[in-house]
Design a protein. Sequence first.
Length: 168
Amino acid sequence: MINRVVLVGRLTRDPELRYTANGAAVASFTVAVNRQFTNSQGEREADFINCVIWRKAAENFANLVHKGSLIGIDGRIQTRNYENQQGQRVYVTEVVVDNFSLLESRGDRKPTDGQQNKSSNNNGSSGKGANGQQKQNANQTYSNVNQTNSDPFADNSKPIDISDDLPF
């Protein structure tokens, strides 16, 4: 049997990080995924899919993404049920995330007021501070160097001599 889910969409809210009684981290969130077709008014509708991620991946996910972040997730569909406080049986279908990918850089995101406050609080209270900024700048510099030197045909002003490179 195959039970595999791959989704690309945006978070509808910040992930909700909690811990079980055994100390395992679990984050729940909802991903808005656009449908491939438009409705009769020409508007694109979206599906809102509930997801859950566990353990260290949940902590990393909660620290890296915010409402509106474009993410890709890979996981499986799981159903469960429980009895609520009114004694009614509640059935839940959700995606249990195995892997996730951040599909946009921090500079591409449009921050909301909540994100601006969180990022300023995180820089002051976490251990990242200036070192995290230096690392981010180093990564940007490294990627820029690779982009400029990675194309061997960038200098189109000279003809390429291929007369002696032929194998026959």
